[in-house]
Design a protein around this ligand. Structure first.
Ligand SMILES: Cc1ncc(C[n+]2csc(CCOP(=O)(O)OP(=O)(O)O)c2C)c(N)n1
Ligand SMILES: [Mg+2]
Length: 305
């Protein structure tokens, strides 16, 4: 709810002229809470601009820092992500101390810095996951104890449904399947890429369906592919725990297709989704808003909360 309020307030700040542009994580909050529960110290994220809830949940983004990024505050103490050099919503953690010595990366939660070209996070995600495999299997690296604990670290990626149409996505998915590395890719699927519906850009409008050939089987390795609805908190928690275990212990890549997500305020502050969604879609998004469904679940199914 805190993250959602930041998104609402962020849009107002831009539209009243106090910040230049905003792109927020509204509509993707609930899966990110489930993901944060599975993300351990030493793990890495390589993601994109929808992940503010996750960054808040792992304790790496405060409300004040979120707005400092939006206002492009040029002091690193105010905006630790990039001191206003990057767009707001581009998240990162620090690997170095102020004296340029390395931090102990296995004792903190890590995120590589986001970049604006969509799908650009994917090749880097492969490299981060491959590092764990090398650390586990190659002799002579035993002293790198502030970087790894025997290759137990998972590299977690996020990408939007529309960006899965890009070549970098497919190349990275294939490479991780060949390499058999601890990479978990989350596809945040809200059916749109800005204003363009999935029917115009994804075969069968369904990325996990068309990736089925990558699924591992008894006689061949590959991926574990999981599909889960973005408002279904109990199943999301289960999906992330399962993905974490498979990737961490077996070094098998996992794809989690999180669908039925929404854009409560449209894509960014540069547009109005009322112009590209019909009434039925707008109503469905209100009903299936993940925060609304989460509240229903808490009230109805978990009265002791
Ligand atoms: C390589 C590249 N092409 C185009 C863009 C412009 N752009 C920014 S976001 C976006 C749509 C992304 O949609 P999706 O991947 O579904 O993510 P969502 O915003 O819906 O979460 C586009 C086309 C970009 N940033 N980078
Ligand atoms: Mg999308």
């Amino acid at each position: 709810m805190t993250s959602r309020e930041c998104s609402y307030l962020g849009r107002r700040e831009v539209l009243t002229g106090k910040a230049k542009f905003g792109i927020f994580g509204d509509g993707k909050e609930v899966p990110q809470l489930a993901w944060a529960k599975a993300f351990k110290n030493g793990d890495w994220r390589s993601g994109y601009y929808r992940d503010q809830t996750f960054m808040m949940a792992i304790g790496k983004l405060t409300i004040q820092q979120f707005f400092a990024g939006l206002y492009a505050h040029t002091d690193l103490k105010a905006d630790p992500m990039s001191a206003g050099r990057q767009m707001g919503g581009h998240f990162s953690t620090h690997s170095l101390n102020e004296d340029n010595s390395w931090k102990n990366l296995v004792k903190q939660k890590n995120s590589s810095p986001d970049i604006s070209p969509t799908a650009g996070q994917m090749p880097r995600l492969v490299g981060l996951a491959q590092a764990s495999k090398i650390y586990r299997n190659q002799t002579g690296l035993e002293n790198f104890t502030s970087f790894t604990n025997n290759g137990n670290e998972v590299a977690w990626g996020t990408i939007g449904n529309a960006s899965t149409s890009e070549g970098l996505f497919w190349e990275s998915i294939n490479a991780a399947g060949v390499l058999q590395i601890p990479m978990v890719v989350n596809v945040w699927d809200d059916d749109y890429g800005i204003s363009v519906h999935a029917k115009y850009q994804t075969t069968k409008e369904n990325i996990s369906e068309i990736l089925k050939g990558f699924q591992r089987s008894e006689d061949s390795n590959g991926y574990e592919i999981i599909k889960v609805r973005g408002w279904d908190y109990p199943n999301l928690v289960e999906a992330y725990q399962k993905a974490s275990k498979i990737a961490r212990e077996e070094h098998v890549p996992v794809l989690i297709h999180v669908n039925e997500l929404t854009q409560p305020q449209g894509h960014s502050t540069s547009g109005s989704h009322e112009r590209y969604k019909d009434k039925d879609r707008l109503n469905w998004e209100k009903e299936y808003d993940c925060n609304v469904k989460m509240r229903e679940w808490i009230v109805e199914k978990q009265p002791c909360y």
